[in-house]
Design a protein around this ligand. Structure first.
Ligand code: GUN
Length: 280
């Protein structure tokens, strides 16, 4: 059976390290504060935001919650972000996505001061990642790199295939694997022979948003399989983009859903907040 890449345990270890670091910083008089903005009441966003606030409390980071009504205007949201950009005691600003349809998401992302962009979504952060300069990195792909490294999985020189090209996961994932000296291919919905492409991967990262799409026909024997998807199946059970029961017997390592990539996203957000606090 494959190695189970345990995101729950690895994220817990990272949170313990961060908690100790936050205590040390407090002793030096440095405290850290994250502002979390949610517009409207998307139930999934409410769960994510709640988990982020809980993680902050556990690690010793102060969190400020801005829960704004669905009708909030672009101008009102920009004004709040402008305010928070100017506050010395706010180190990180996170605007939970998706935003309501009448809001221009790109403009909102650009409004966050890159020094406080703990989500790593600002074009300046993405550009810095692209050319190998320091900056915040999107939390889910950063968490996947930690999962691989802390599980003893070598990236350098290996064939890495990322399925999905979103701005939040696929594209930054490809850039991070490249930074780690992987040989990187990005596949997507228009890829012609997806099975042929994924079948070359030593490390296969799947972020397509389709429940159980990746079966063993897509996976080379002995590959490492990282599943970014999270869905509820017909029995209300959580599942990923990978058909775990079908793929597990043929791969060398795999992330479960839940308990794989999911918990790493918040751990890396906390990491980014601590880095923001230290830099400011
Ligand atoms: N919505 C889904 N994932 C994320 C994330 O990582 N950050 C923010 N801000 N919104 C999200």
């Amino acid at each position: 059976m494959p190695q189970i890449v345990d995101g729950k345990a690895i994220s817990a270890a990272i949170k313990e390290e961060l908690k100790a670091e936050v205590e040390r910083l407090k002793a030096e008089g440095i405290s850290i504060c994250l502002a979390v903005i949610q517009v409207g009441n998307d139930p999934a966003s409410a769960v994510y935001v709640g988990n982020k606030k809980k993680a902050c409390a556990y690690i010793g980071i102060e969190s400020l919650a801005y829960e704004l009504p669905e009708e909030t205007t672009q101008e009102e949201l920009l004004a709040l972000i402008g305010d928070l950009n100017g506050k010395k005691d706010v180190n990180g600003i996170l605007v939970q996505l998706p935003l309501p349809a009448h809001i221009d998401e790109d403009e909102i992302i650009r409004a966050v001061d890159p020094k406080k962009d703990v989500d790593g979504f600002h074009p300046q952060s993405v550009g810095a990642l692209c050319i190998g300069q320091p900056g915040f990195v999107s939390c889910t792909p950063a968490g996947i790199i930690q999962l691989l490294k802390r599980s003893g999985i070598e990236i350098a020189g290996r064939e890495c295939v990322v399925v999905g090209r979103s701005n939040i996961v696929g594209k930054p994932m490809a850039l991070l694997l490249l930074r780690e000296n992987g040989t990187v291919t990005v596949a997507h919905s228009r890829t012609r022979d997806l099975k042929e492409v994924t079948g070359r991967a030593d490390i296969l990262i799947v972020a397509v948003g389709k429940p159980k799409m990746i079966t063993r026909e897509y996976v080379k024997e002995g590959a490492v399989v990282i599943d970014v998807g999270i869905h509820r199946n017909e029995n209300n059970k959580l599942c990923g983009d990978v058909d775990y029961d079908d793929v597990a017997p043929v791969c060398s390592a795999i992330t479960p859903v839940p308990g794989g990539v999911g918990p790493m996203t918040i751990a890396m957000l906390m990491h980014n907040c601590v880095e923001a606090g230290k830099a400011q």
